[in-house]
Design a protein around this ligand. Structure first.
Ligand code: GLY
Ligand code: MN
Ligand code: MN
Length: 488
């Protein structure tokens, strides 16, 4: 690979004359060393992950690229987020990097070129110039932090020429198309079962998420007093600001949906007003600097007071949620939580007169029977998915394997039943139309009862109201004392 022309430029850039080119490259001290982003324990966890992969797929080298930032337009890109398997195997988060894992366990990271002080490119190149990009750890820092061999990416092609039949991870994140499907499936099969270090990272993400939720509910009284216009955006921003202030990000676009907007499962506009009397469905998760993400939903009245019908729907979803959680244990099928939660929802729907068939009929495994799936008009989505570095983790497992998973300690998954009554559904009585309730927690399977990682947030209607009041009182007390925003 040849070096970029140090004077290459975007159409809106001014050209560099010969005199300035000769002066710009000189006069620089070395840059201050940038820290590596790996969190404590990442290198050891990654080494164990590599050993697990080679045990599962021995005999051939493995190539896993980190990928590159998706293009937004022309030379502007969206924020970079490495392919999860790359970070899982390395602890690294560099863009444009490639892991070569030899069958004997030798791990080499090939890092993209960075032009440092002493070169014209340092000053002029928006992609490779360290002065433009900022915060790139040196190869030596990466090697020392991650306990792997590090080489320039320019040497990858030559090194690969001597490697017989390497398995390459493809996929959208890596930018490499199809790749080796057996490698992709094996990685997801291994990644589905988390070690203790990973569970700790998910617990951190859930704790950070709870702090973001507290900020959101603390702002509701002020938001309502100000009229609540585009309040969903304000609250989405509040959650994001908390995540960013703590050095984190969000693991997916926050779903912040007031009133009937919650009946759109992935309410994307997030631009609605927030008005007294509405429920707010907030599905939000912090992705920490380790890149593990939470995925948590609570639904609560924006003014803290439940109407009887809101409470009735919430109580039903909570009952389904608890029934689902009770089925998350080692030896049970992945789908056991789904069936338990959906049975409870179907039973309520039957007793409320929305579906004529009983819960047993609605949940009957013979999908050709009349009434089979009758509840699905109002429950809409599955109850669980795997969770980890990706919010919908391990999605390269094919559907049969995913759904027939037998849970074992270390599996991390959500339980997230919901009821959704569309405003335009003629089968729904007026009092229920526009009501949407979802409850979502993040769990890890253990030897005993599942551990609920997101249990800092209450589940029951009264508990939610009390939690809102507490968060609002805390925020007020902080404001009276002239404190910084909490946690800063
Ligand atoms: N936030 C997306 C989901 O709950 O699956
Ligand atoms: Mn989820
Ligand atoms: Mn969610």
């Amino acid at each position: 690979m040849s070096s970029p022309d140090p004077t290459r430029r975007a159409p809106h850039d001014q050209p560099f004359g010969p005199w300035v080119q000769t002066t710009l490259a000189d006069g620089w001290d070395p840059e201050p060393e940038a820290p590596h982003p790996a969190v404590a324990g990442a290198a050891r966890a990654a080494a164990a992950h590599r050993a697990g992969l080679l045990a599962a797929l021995p005999g051939r080298a493995v190539v896993v690229p980190s990928g590159s930032a998706p293009v937004r337009a022309n030379d502007t890109v969206f924020g970079f987020r490495p392919a999860s398997a790359y970070t899982w195997l390395t602890g690294d988060q560099a863009e444009g990097a490639v892991l070569l894992l030899a069958p004997d366990g030798t791990a080499t990271l090939y890092l993209p070129p960075t032009a440092g002080p002493g070169t014209l490119t340092y000053v002029t190149d928006r992609r490779e110039g360290a002065l433009w990009v900022g915060g790139i750890p040196s190869a030596a820092t990466t090697a020392q932090q991650l306990e792997v061999q590090v080489k320039p990416r320019t040497e990858l092609a030559a090194d690969l020429a001597g490697v017989p039949h390497p398995r390459v991870l493809g996929g959208i994140e890596t930018g490499l198309g199809e790749g080796d499907p057996e490698l992709a499936r094996t990685l997801d099969r291994l990644r589905a079962v988390k070690d203790d270090w990973e569970v700790d990272r998910l617990a951190e993400a859930c704790a950070a998420t709870a702090r973001g939720f507290a900020d959101v509910v603390a702002e509701l009284p002020g938001l309502l007093a100000a009229g609540g216009r585009r309040g969903e955006r304000w609250l989405e921003g509040t959650f994001w600001r908390r995540a960013r202030l703590e050095g984190n990000d969000v693991g997916y676009s926050s779903i912040v949906a007031a009133g009937s907007n919650g009946t759109s499962l992935h309410w994307a506009p997030v631009d609605g007003d927030v008005r007294p009397g509405q429920l707010l469905l907030a599905d939000m998760g912090v992705e920490t600097t380790s890149l593990y993400t939470a995925d948590v939903t609570r639904t609560f009245p924006v003014d803290g007071t439940w109407t009887p019908v809101q409470r009735r729907v919430h109580d039903a979803v909570r009952e389904a949620h608890l029934a689902g959680i009770a089925e998350v244990r080692a030896g049970n099928q992945f789908l056991a939580a789904h069936h338990a939660a959906q049975w409870v929802l179907a039973d309520h729907l039957h007793r409320w007169g929305l579906i004529a068939h009983t819960a047993d009929d609605a949940l009957h495994p013979d999908l050709h029977r009349p009434g089979a799936g009758a509840h699905r008009r109002y429950t809409l989505h599955s109850t669980s998915h795997l969770l980890g570095l990706d919010v919908h983790d391990c999605a390269r497992l094919d559907g049969d394997e995913y759904l027939s998973t037998v849970l074992q300690p270390g599996h991390c998954l959500t339980v997230e039943p919901g009821l959704y009554f569309q405003v335009n559904d003629r089968t729904v009585p007026d009092e229920l139309r526009g009501i949407a309730v979802r409850l979502e927690d993040d769990l890890v399977v253990t030897d005993g009862a599942a551990r609920v990682l997101s249990d800092a947030l209450p589940l029951d209607a009264d508990g939610l109201s009390a939690w809102m009041a507490d968060a609002q009182a805390d925020a007020q007390a902080g404001a009276r004392a002239g404190a910084q925003p909490r946690g800063v």
